[in-house]
Write a protein that binds this ligand. Structure first.
Ligand code: PRP
Length: 217
């Protein structure tokens, strides 16, 4: 039997994903060592491999077949736009992708004005403004602390993740429009879905039976 390989987004999401998988008997003892700097782990008995990568690289490893299965946020899946099957919603890491800014910027979103939009998610922002709102905007790519942009005058609004809303609140910004809900999803390589159909559908049905994935996924 060949190894079934999982790509996990390193950090908190990997830990939570493994806790969920463990409940259906998918586990890896090697990964529990908190001090390990290893990136790849094997469960010989179950013929499983797990590797940890940067979240934004998970869809890439899965599309190219280095991993059969990936667990990663919907924000990353949308931004990376890879050819994958999204097969289940883990319902963890729930948050929203939003357009945010000062209240005064709200009217700039209603009149098709050329405004600047700062974001870590240029593809999501572009798709939303161009294809949903039909508003031509200038997208400015940032790498973090995006809330700064409208405060210091880099952009009128931002497109960013809102979880509790406290970063916006503490910086005098508001959610102006909601783009979509986000949570961690399981994605599968398109060839693996055929070649390893039995093992993969077995995992999905066990997750569903145990109530570990959201209904409808
Ligand atoms: C994310 C996001 C917001 C914040 C939202 O940032 O980009 O800044 O969390 O969370 P809240 O609604 O609960 O305040 P992250 O912590 O990933 O850091 P970053 O700003 O460097 O991207």
């Amino acid at each position: 039997m060949r190894y079934l390989t999982f790509a996990l987004a390193k950090g908190r999401l990997a830990k939570k994903s493994l806790e969920i998988l463990e409940q259906i008997g998918i586990y890896c003892e090697q990964m529990k060592d908190p001090d390990t700097r290893k990136l790849i782990f094997v469960n010989e008995e179950l013929k499983l491999k797990f590797f940890l990568s940067k979240a934004s690289d998970v869809p890439t490893y899965v599309e190219y077949g280095c991993a059969d299965i990936g667990i990663v946020g919907k924000d990353t899946i949308l931004e990376e736009g890879r050819n994958l099957y999204e097969v289940a919603d883990f319902g963890i890491g729930r948050c929203r992708m939003c357009v945010a800014g000062p209240k005064s910027a709200k009217e700039l979103l209603n009149h098709g004005q050329l405004i600047r939009v700062a974001t870590k998610y240029p593809h999501i922002a572009k798709d939303y403004f161009y294809n949903t709102k039909h508003q031509t905007v200038e997208i400015i790519k940032l790498n973090g602390s995006v809330e700064l942009a409208p405060i210091v005058g880099l952009s009128e609004v931002i497109v960013d993740i809102v979880e509790t809303g406290s970063t916006l609140r503490e910086n005098g910004l508001d959610v102006l429009e909601e783009i979509c809900p986000l949570s961690a999803r399981m994605v599968v390589n398109q060839v693996s879905m055929k070649m390893e159909q039995e093992r993969i559908t077995d995992i999905i049905s066990k997750l569903r039976k145990a109530g570990l994935i959201q209904s409808g996924s």
